[in-house]
Design a binder for this molecule. Structure first.
Ligand code: SF4
Ligand code: SF4
Length: 182
């Protein structure tokens, strides 16, 4: 045993260091929040409750029922039912999310080519039955109205999820350049 180790043992240096650390934290302000009395501001871009985006012009869902989100969903918790409308366009009859199966990966949001599905920052949605967590198209549109309508939704897609025009700027193909020049 070295002299340093001996002195350390005699004067209980490690214990004193530990106590000093404890006292230092006792006088610091607590970092624990007394939830639900103290709440944090919603974090923009957080992945919580689902919503279907409402088209501000038509008031209907933006979703066209292409099914890409459901195909990408690793939990297979998105169920889409469509039919053919009068103008032969697809009509989304039902769009449902079984939220209890969701892992909040947001692949559905990334996959959607129309920015028609979103994960809102709202995370306080406890319930007592499984049915409460089965979100229908109407409930998902309501979520959009409640948590994402207006600038919040715009920021969500522009800042976090919206594909930027620059993302699609593929290098020009030589034949195209020649065609344009002629
Ligand atoms: S967040 Fe992930 S798991 Fe949840 S619905 Fe979307 S793709 Fe499925
Ligand atoms: S939410 Fe988007 S990806 Fe999913 S079905 Fe609708 S348009 Fe297609």
């Amino acid at each position: 045993m070295t002299v340093k180790e001996l002195v350390g043992k005699v004067f209980m240096v490690e214990i004193l260091k530990g106590l000093a650390l404890t006292f230092k934290h006792m006088v610091r302000p607590a970092v624990t929040r007394q939830y639900p009395d103290e709440k944090r501001e919603p974090v923009p871009g957080a992945r919580a409750l689902h919503a279907l985006v409402r088209d501000p012009e038509t008031g209907r869902e933006k979703c066209v029922g292409c099914g890409l989100c459901a195909a990408m969903c690793p939990s297979q918790c998105i169920h889409i039912y469509t039919s053919e409308g009068d103008d032969h366009k697809k009509v989304v009859d039902r769009y449902e999310v079984d939220v209890l199966r969701c892992i909040f990966c947001a692949l559905c949001v990334e996959a959607c080519p129309y920015g028609a599905v979103a994960l809102t920052p709202h995370f306080e949605y406890a319930g007592f039955t499984r049915d409460e967590f089965y979100y229908t198209k109407e409930r998902l549109l309501e979520n959009w109205d409640k948590y994402m309508a207006g600038p919040v939704g715009t920021e969500y897609f522009e800042k976090f999820w919206g594909p930027k025009a620059g993302d699609f700027n593929a290098p020009a193909i030589p034949q195209d350049k020649e065609r344009k020049a002629s």
